[in-house]
Design a binder for this molecule. Structure first.
Ligand SMILES: Cc1cc2nc3c(=O)[nH]c(=O)nc-3n(C[C@H](O)[C@H](O)[C@H](O)COP(=O)(O)OP(=O)(O)OC[C@H]3O[C@@H](n4cnc5c(N)ncnc54)[C@H](O)[C@@H]3O)c2cc1C
Length: 392
C-alpha cells in the first residue's frame, strides 16, 4: 500500500495549484457576482491541458487517470468551485464517448476537443426528472439509420456555450431504462435551442441552462449508445465522475478551513485570539480530520477506476461523504468568522453557498445512500457468522 503521490502527480498538483492561484482565485468573486461564464479562464485551462484531462493520448488528450483528475480539480475548486465545475464539465460530457464511443467517434470528437477549444456538455436531467434517470421523457425516434430527438433537458452545465452535448433520450418512456439511448448532438443542428443562464444560489460562475430539442436529426455516425445501452452508459459515466465531485468538495472544504484558521489566529475576543478557545480548536480539528477522510475516500474511488475495478460503491461513498463534509466545514467556517462570516467581505460566505451543490448534482446524497445501503444490506459479505446462526 502506498498513500504517497508519484513525482508526476506532485508536479501536476503544483501546476494545477499555480493555475488556481494565478488564474482562478483573482477572478472568483467577480464571476460569482456577475454570473458570467468564465470563458477566458476555461480557455487558459485548455491551453494548459487542464481541460479534457481524461481524454487518452491516442486522441490528443493528456491521458491523465481519474486520480490525476481529482488532484487537478481539488486545486481548482479550492480557488473557485464554480469555475472548477465549468472546467471539469468537459470530462463529464466526453466520458460517455471515452467509455462507449466507437473508434471513429473517439477519433473525430475527442480529437476535435483537444485540437480546438471546444466545450461538450452532458444531459440526462429534465424539468420533471433528475434522480430517476430511467424515467426520462425526451423522445428518440428512429428514422432510417438516423434518430429524431424531441424534448427538453434541464440544468445543463455549460449548455449555453457547448459545441456538443451528449444527450440521453428514450425510444419509449414505458420501457424505462431499457428504452434509453445516447447521442452526440452538435448544438449547431437545426432544432437545438440553448436557453438563457438560470441564476443560482452558488457556483454562479458555472453556466446552467435548459436545452430544448425540436425535431433534431442525429445522424447514424453520432449514435453513441443504442436503446437499452444508454442507461448503463450513464451509470458508468457517473461512476467515473463522482470521485471528481468528492475532489471538488474536498478542495472547497480545504479553502474554507484555511480561511477559518487565518481568521481564528487573528481575531481577538475577551483579550486573546479566538484560536485560544477550545470550542474553536475543536471546530478546526473536526474540519481537518473530515477533509483528510474525504480526500482518502475520493482517491480510493478514483484509484479503483484507474485499476479498471468496479468503483460504483466507492464512488457513491466518496461523493456522499465529501459532500456532507463540505457542508459541515463551510457552515463551521462561517461560524468561526461570526458576523463577518455572514457578509460578502470574506470568501467563506461564497464557499458556503457553493458547497450545497455537491449534495445535489450527479446523484443526490439520498441516491448515493440508496446505492450504499443496497450493497450493505444485500451484497456485503459478513466477516462474522450471522447472529441468527450462533448461540447467543
Ligand atoms: C447547478 C446544477 C447543475 C447541474 N448540471 C447537470 C448537467 O450538466 N447535466 C444533467 O443531466 N443534470 C444536471 N443537473 C441535474 C442534477 O443532476 C439533478 O438536479 C439531480 O440529479 C436531482 O434531480 P432533481 O433536481 O430532479 O431532484 P428530484 O429527483 O426531484 O429529487 C428531489 C428530492 O427527492 C429526493 N429523492 C428522489 N428520489 C428519491 C428516492 N428514491 N429516495 C429518496 N429520496 C429521493 C432527492 O434526493 C431530492 O432530495 C444539475 C443540477 C444543478 C442544480
Amino acid at each position: 500500500m502506498d498513500f504517497e503521490l508519484t513525482e508526476e502527480q506532485k508536479a501536476l498538483q503544483k501546476k494545477a495549484r499555480e493555475f488556481a492561484i494565478n488564474e482562478v482565485l483573482p477572478v472568483a468573486r467577480k464571476y460569482d457576482e456577475s454570473e458570467e461564464f468564465p470563458m477566458p479562464v476555461i480557455n487558459k485551462a485548455w491551453e494548459q491541458d487542464l481541460l479534457n484531462s481524461g481524454i487518452p493520448k491516442k486522441y490528443g488528450g493528456p491521458g491523465y487517470g481519474l486520480l490525476d483528475a481529482c488532484i487537478i480539480v481539488e486545486e481548482i475548486s479550492s480557488a473557485c468551485p464554480g469555475i472548477a465545475t465549468s472546467i471539469f464539465d468537459n470530462n463529464l460530457g466526453a466520458e460517455p464517448i471515452i467509455i462507449g464511443g466507437n473508434e471513429e467517434q473517439k477519433t473525430r470528437i475527442l480529437g476535435e476537443l483537444t485540437n480546438e477549444f471546444k466545450l461538450i456538455a452532458f444531459a440526462t436531467s429534465e424539468p420533471t426528472m433528475g434522480s430517476d434517470v430511467a424515467g426520462m421523457k425526451c423522445k428518440a425516434e428512429k428514422e432510417g439509420e438516423d434518430y429524431i430527438l424531441n424534448g427538453a433537458k434541464f440544468w445543463i452545465t455549460n449548455g449555453g456555450f457547448a459545441d456538443y452535448i451528449t444527450v440521453f433520450a428514450t425510444v419509449d418512456p414505458e420501457q424505462k431504462h431499457k428504452g434509453i439511448a445516447a447521442f452526440i448532438v452538435d448544438t449547431k443542428t437545426e432544432g437545438v435551442r440553448l436557453g438563457k443562464h438560470i441564476p443560482k444560489l452558488g457556483q454562479r460562475a458555472s453556466n446552467t441552462v435548459a436545452v430544448t430539442l425540436k425535431n433534431v436529426r442525429v445522424p447514424e455516425k453520432n449514435v453513441l449508445a443504442k436503446p437499452g445501452r444508454g442507461f448503463v452508459l450513464a451509470m458508468q459515466t457517473f461512476a467515473h465522475t463522482r470521485p471528481a465531485i468528492g475532489a471538488f468538495a474536498t478542495g472547497c472544504a480545504r479553502s474554507a478551513m484555511e480561511y477559518a484558521i487565518d481568521y481564528a489566529n487573528k481575531r481577538e475576543a475577551f483579550g486573546r485570539p479566538i484560536s485560544n478557545f477550545q470550542a474553536i480548536q475543536h471546530k478546526i480539528a473536526d474540519m481537518y480530520k473530515d477533509i483528510e477522510a474525504a480526500r482518502l475516500l475520493t482517491h480510493k474511488a478514483a484509484w479503483e477506476a484507474d485499476q479498471g475495478l468496479d468503483n460504483n460503491m466507492s464512488s457513491a461513498i466518496a461523493k456522499a461523504f465529501a459532500s456532507d463534509v463540505v457542508m459541515r466545514v463551510t457552515t463551521e467556517a462561517v461560524q468561526v468568522y461570526g458576523g463577518f462570516g455572514y457578509l460578502r467581505t470574506y470568501p467563506v460566505e461564497k464557499l458556503f453557498r457553493d458547497a450545497k451543490l455537491y449534495q445535489i448534482y450527479e446523484g443526490t446524497s439520498e441516491i448515493q445512500r440508496i446505492v450504499i445501503s443496497r450493497f450493505a444490506l444485500k451484497g456485503y459479505k459478513h466477516a462474522m457468522p450471522s447472529v441468527f446462526k450462533r448461540d447467543r
